[in-house]
Design a protein around this ligand. Structure first.
Ligand code: 13P
Length: 269
């Protein structure tokens, strides 16, 4: 774990009008400026031009409509901003789509690809996800490649086989620990309040790392971050993040409340 700095990423999904997004980003900026370990009062703040050291990397992924405003709001802090999806191509006749180059141009550093909601709602298969991840690398973004089994697959005992297949099909051959993060999000745990137990999640993360080892070699596999996602909250974050192969969290619902999201940031050490 030492060689992998934790990443706590908020996926806001399709939530927030401009005022909501700016207010949430402002609340995160305010928390990011406090010295860790000191009480949350004015005296504990550092000047805005001296960002406090955070215990981990922190990322928010707002909907496209909010990306620019959130980037402006977090400017000068250590909070990174990413997109929730990108097209595989750089530009062209792709009505409604946004390219990785466009996100990079705005100032994004990351993009999520292959979220189960994209796989299910937009028919994205592993190849599509890999092409999107490759686009992210081409544009200079870090791709967060999502994998995870459905409840039916889990009940059929196929979790590890499904996840291994998704990793093999979705992670670019050129992936490095600097350019790709994997997120394991069991579909049945997303937005349901059900979470994999820390031991269950750890077992799948270890399987993912073994698959990365086969694909990318032992050095890359040892250094690549694997996030857990699915009903992560302040109350369960520390135990999940304490597992040896869980290197951070991809947080949906709890990322919409600054206090909850920052509670999860605080659980990452
Ligand atoms: P929840 O945290 O709301 O379960 O969502 C997880 C998720 O899908 C993050 O990408």
């Amino acid at each position: 774990m030492d060689q992998r700095r934790p990443l706590i990423a908020g996926n806001w999904k399709m939530n927030g009008l401009v005022a909501d997004g700016v207010a949430l980003a402002e609340a995160l900026v305010e928390r990011s400026r406090r010295h860790p370990g000191l009480p949350p009062d004015a005296a504990a703040e550092v000047p805005p031009d001296v960002p406090a050291a955070l215990p981990c990397d922190v990322l928010v992924c707002p909907p496209f409509t909010l990306v620019d405003r959130v980037l402006q709001t977090v400017s000068g802090t250590k909070i990174a901003v990413g997109g929730q999806d990108c097209h595989a191509e750089a530009s062209g006749a792709r009505t409604g789509d946004v390219s990785a180059e466009m996100l990079k141009d705005l100032g994004c550093r990351y993009v999520i690809v292959g979220h189960s909601e994209r796989r299910a709602d937009h028919g994205e298969d592993d190849r599509t996800v890999r092409l999107k991840a490759e686009a992210a690398l081409r544009a200079g973004l870090i791709a967060i490649v999502c994998v995870g089994e459905t409840e039916a697959e889990r009940d059929a005992g196929q979790t590890e086989a499904v996840v291994a297949r998704q990793i093999a099909g979705s992670v670019p051959a050129a992936a490095t620990p600097e350019t790709v993060v994997v997120a394991y999000e069991p579909v049945w745990a997303i937005g349901t309040g059900k979470t994999a137990t820390p031991a269950e999640a750890q077992a799948v993360h270890a399987r993912i790392r073994a698959e990365l080892n086969a694909l990318l070699g032992s050095d890359a596999a040892a250094r690549m971050r694997i996030l857990y996602g699915g009903s992560v909250k302040p109350g369960n974050a520390a135990e999940l993040l304490g597992q040896p192969d869980i290197d951070g969290a991809l947080v949906g619902g709890a990322s919409l409340k600054a206090e909850d999201f920052w509670g999860i940031v605080g659980a990452a050490k």
